[in-house]
Design a protein around this ligand. Structure first.
Ligand code: WT7
Length: 567
């Protein structure tokens, strides 16, 4: 039987104290996610249960029991303390999906510091703006990413420690750099866990904004209450499950469900530290006998593209619950997964700011392929009119998704940006910035975002960030960035560029600019196409009208152009 048992019953009788009770937490108690993810599971008699089955490049394997996770996180926490890292200091995790990333996050939380995970494919500029905003004290990284940090070091006086987890002695360490090897360090049996309370900060995740620099979403230790229960009721993790969350902890799915949800429910999880490849993924599921699989639409569409034939080569019969998040999951993908795996992917909707699943499909509840499902028990969600901010009653009408604030894992603010945070609330509702309809049965159907942010393969990219970076290229005079349709990634980045005199608009320049953005920002932010044009559409006040370029890419009506300068 599924953990949720019956969705409607759970909605009727819901109270977050259900989660608090299961976790043995009472208001006012100390609550430390690091302890809940390791020590508590050991105290429940599962010290020798496998917590993490890790596989890296070339099939290298590492295995950690809950006791191993407990000791290793104590060891990292103690090491950080020995450097002088204190509670509430920001400690950045800048690594591939290596065990040190998972265990490091737990260690950071144990000493009351704030974990700031960043996607390791970020280039130096993406890294800099996020470290600079958080005034990060220490960064834990691998030697392969060191060059990017060294490049921006002079601009970061607050960054005191650069901790390298795989230092091999080949090149001398420079100022502020220090080596730390989890394998060679003496395991620390006991650590004074910092007595964090419900509202103590835990994680700072950066997410892209439309108009400004990325925003640091501040979460607190109390978020566990949501993350634990949503893991149990949506992903349905149970005692004997082997759970695989394919997300990178540089993004919120990878922390909320790839670390906190997984370890706090005491499940055995596996991690594959390599990029996407259909056969490698099927092989991984077969090898580890994965039962619960949390993935993303782009990956599912890529699997569809790889074809049904290769699936027959693998025994995937261990799978029993599949879920998806990050971008619209098209109906075809749900129908396909039922055909090939005998299971429908359960779509779930949430975002960095919400910290946990808000709207979802649930084991045992009827799935309407293409719909995001219904609000998690305890979550009041609706759609509201964009002008009046009043709930929309008419069936089928499009409105802004609106959620009543007050669930445990809601962000507490944007770091150093209280004003933008406040702007996310209207008429007593929190607005995630998305549009949807609701059908007569209460199912939500995603329509699109309510801003210019590009969601490429489940990753948000700010057109503003890409445009700013483009302007730093020597050939670029002006730029405008929009999304264009893509079969697998749904949306990809496209840039319109006017160039300076003396440069030639040709393929070499296009590749050169693409590469420039990939290195500076990230492979995700890199435009898949650059169109050189003579002038950009602007309003009479000089504002670039992305809307017009966007409409052209998507073959949509251009709409009102009365304010256009070059009419
Ligand atoms: C944005 C949040 C939360 C995990 C990863 C993304 C879009 C998310 C869905 C879905 C359609 C979705 C929304 C949302 N999104 N889930 N099931 N269907 N769109 O976190 O980077 O903060 O992005 O992703 O636009 O606001 P994020």
């Amino acid at each position: 039987m599924s953990n949720i048992v019956n969705y409607d019953e759970r909605v009727k009788n819901f109270d977050w104290s259900i989660s608090e009770k299961e976790l043995g937490y009472k208001a006012g108690d100390v609550i430390n996610i690091g302890w809940y993810c390791s020590d508590r599971i050991c105290e429940m008699g599962k010290a020798n249960k496998m917590a993490l089955l890790w596989e890296g490049l070339g099939g290298v394997e590492k295995k950690f029991t809950y006791n191993d996770i407990r000791l290793a996180s104590n060891t990292i926490g103690t090491f950080l303390r020995s450097l002088g890292v204190k509670n509430e200091d920001r400690v950045c995790l800048f690594m591939d999906k290596v065990p040190e990333l998972y265990i490091g996050l737990i260690g950071i939380l144990k000493i009351g510091a704030i974990a700031q995970p960043l996607f390791s494919a970020f280039g130096d500029e993406s890294l800099f703006v996020r470290l600079d905003n958080a005034e990060t004290t220490a960064i834990i990284t691998q030697k392969k990413h060191l060059a990017k940090i060294r490049k921006i070091l002079d601009r970061m006086p607050y960054l005191k420690h650069i901790i390298i987890v795989d230092y091999d002695g080949k090149y001398p360490l420079r100022e502020r750099e220090v080596a730390f090897s989890l394998e060679e360090a003496t395991p620390i049996e006991k650590i004074d866990i910092y007595p964090t309370k419900a509202e103590s900060p835990s994680i700072l995740h950066y997410t892209s904004g439309t108009t400004g620099q990325p925003k640091g979403v501040k979460h607190v230790h109390y978020s566990l209450i949501s993350q634990y229960l949503t893991t149990k009721w949506v992903l349905d993790n149970q005692e004997n499950d082997i759970y695989w969350c394919t997300a990178d902890p540089g993004w919120v799915t990878g922390t909320s469900y790839g670390i906190i949800g997984a370890f706090s429910t005491g499940v055995t999880q596996c991690v594959l530290d390599s990029g996407f490849a259909a056969e490698a993924w099927y092989k991984f599921i077969e090898k580890y006998k994965v039962t619960v699989w949390y993935s993303a639409p782009t990956a599912i569409r890529s699997l569809m593209k790889a074809g049904d034939e290769i699936i027959k080569k693998y025994d995937l019969s261990s799978l029993r619950n599949l879920a998806s998040v990050g971008e619209p999951l098209n109906a075809e993908a749900v129908v396909w997964s039922e055909k090939v795996f005998g299971l429908q992917f359960l779509d779930s909707y949430w975002q960095t700011e919400t910290g946990s699943i808000m709207i979802s499909n649930y084991p045992g509840m009827k799935v309407k392929p293409g719909s995001m499902g219904k609000p998690f028990p305890g979550i009041t969600a609706t759609i509201i009119d964009p002008d009046t901010y009043e709930p929309i009653k008419e069936e089928g009408k499009i409105g802004l998704i609106a959620i009543k604030p007050g669930w445990p894992s809601m962000m507490r603010t944007y770091w150093n940006n209280e004003e933008t945070y406040k702007n996310k609330f209207k008429n007593g509702w929190y607005l995630p910035g998305d549009r949807s309809t609701i059908d007569k049965d209460g199912y939500f159907w995603f329509i699109g975002r309510d801003d210019d942010i590009i969601n490429t393969g489940g990753h948000l990219v700010s057109p503003f960030e890409v445009e700013s970076a483009l302007l730093e290229h020597e050939a670029v005079a002006e730029s405008a960035v929009v999304s264009k349709p893509d079969v697998v990634n749904m949306e990809v980045v496209k840039a319109f560029v006017t160039i300076k005199a003396g440069f030639t608009a040709d393929q070499d320049l296009e590749l050169n600019i693409m590469n420039f953005i990939r290195k500076k920002l990230s492979p995700l932010a890199m435009p898949q196409e650059i169109e050189f044009i003579d002038s950009l559409p602007k309003t009479r006040s000089g504002k670039i009208m992305r809307r017009i370029l966007h409409a052209k890419e998507w073959g949509e009506e251009i709409g009102d152009t009365s304010t256009l300068e070059n009419d």
